[in-house]
Design a protein around this ligand. Structure first.
Ligand SMILES: Cc1cc2nc3c(=O)[nH]c(=O)nc-3n(C[C@H](O)[C@H](O)[C@H](O)COP(=O)(O)OP(=O)(O)OC[C@H]3O[C@@H](n4cnc5c(N)ncnc54)[C@H](O)[C@@H]3O)c2cc1C
Length: 311
């Protein structure tokens, strides 16, 4: 899995020394301005802060890494934000004091008429046992966290990159990737043909998704399909669908890693979409925290000296 953190660490924000892309990402101090419930599972947190004047979201599925404080602290305190030393310093903090690093999506960046910079992040609330979900559920105005985010708009944490000539888009997202899917739809030019499947836990998570694209959206609501395996339910919906006739389709798939693997197999093997035109990313994995996924990614990278796969 390539979380933004691994992009950032791979790109020189660690002592690894690969300098060129280091300027693509840097630390930002974020302060909670307000929160708003969007649906049963979604909470939008709007952040501000002076350092956001240097924040440059590339839009689409732009991701970033948040550092959230341990439960007993109000604000995030990092031992270092120096690009060469922060990673080792952060890892050296005792477990119970160390801020957790989590990947999220920039749902929107804007400048207000008063000239203030704001960033929206839409958190899925999936229970208090998980640090990021717990933090979001308790976020109040004035809380301060840290992020590694984009300092240039053209950065490799924008994964949605349809090749020139793409004539139709196929999208699958679960709730964790719905903010990214929404931000992609926001930006698509008028008339872009899109067939999308969005899987959410509850009926009132079917958010209004403004777009100029010619988008045919199918919602898969999990609560209605109780009893059936989640991946099976998604494949069933995909198999029942007629895809737009296209010469050069591009598929963007993001969500739970096991489901993504199955959906990718479906679009490549059963729908004959060129595997090079399929961008797939595991945003989380059932039963594994992001620390565990990152540890696997680092172990894989150390073994192969190559960036790990996205799942
Ligand atoms: C590039 C990228 C962009 C992302 N953007 C967003 C975003 O905009 N909004 C968003 O909400 N998430 C997003 N995610 C997913 C998010 O990083 C994970 O869901 C993360 O695990 C949440 O951290 P946590 O501390 O709540 O749970 P963790 O401590 O990481 O996990 C604890 C347990 O909860 C499970 N779990 C994790 N997420 C969920 C979930 N959503 N539902 C049910 N169980 C879960 C894990 O399998 C594990 O068993 C993104 C991930 C990536 C890689």
């Amino acid at each position: 899995m390539t979380a933004t953190a691994s992009d950032a660490t791979a790109s020189g924000a660690t002592a690894s020394g690969s300098a060129p892309a280091a300027a693509h990402f840097r630390f930002f101090a974020l302060e909670v301005l307000r929160t708003r419930r969007l649906g049963h599972s979604f909470l939008r947190v709007t952040f501000g802060g002076e350092s956001l004047s240097g924040f440059r979201s590339g839009g689409y599925d732009q991701s970033l890494s948040l550092f959230l404080p341990p439960a007993h602290q109000e604000h995030t305190v990092l031992p270092s934000t120096d690009e060469d030393t922060w990673f080792a310093a952060w890892r050296a903090v005792p477990d119970e004091e160390r801020p957790v690093m989590r990947s999220y999506t920039v749902r929107e960046q804007r400048r207000t008429p008063e000239g203030a910079d704001e960033v929206d992040i839409d958190f899925v609330l999936h229970g208090d046992a998980s640090p990021a979900s717990r933090w979001a559920g308790r976020a109040v105005t004035g809380r301060r966290i840290m992020a590694i985010g984009p300092a240039v708009a053209a950065n490799k944490s924008v994964r949605f990159q349809p090749p020139p000539g793409t004539d139709a888009l196929l999208m699958y997202a679960d709730e964790t990737a719905l903010p990214a899917a929404a931000a992609i739809l926001d930006r698509l030019p008028a008339g872009t043909r899109v067939a999308a499947w969005f899987e959410v836990p509850h009926a009132d998570d079917r958010l209004v998704l403004p777009t100029l694209a010619d988008a045919d959206i199918t919602w898969i609501v999990r609560e209605r399909g109780a009893g059936k395996e989640r991946t099976e339910r998604v494949l069933e919906a995909l198999r029942a669908a007629e895809l737009p006739v296209a010469e050069a389709p591009y598929a963007w798939l993001a969500g739970e890693a096991g489901t993504i693997r199955a959906v990718r197999r479906h679009v490549v093997q059963e729908r004959s979409i060129d595997r090079r035109a399929v961008r797939f990313t595991g945003y989380w994995r059932l039963g594994a925290s992001e620390e565990e996924l990152l540890a696997e990614a680092y172990a894989g990278r150390a073994a192969s000296e190559e960036p790990s796969s996205e799942l």
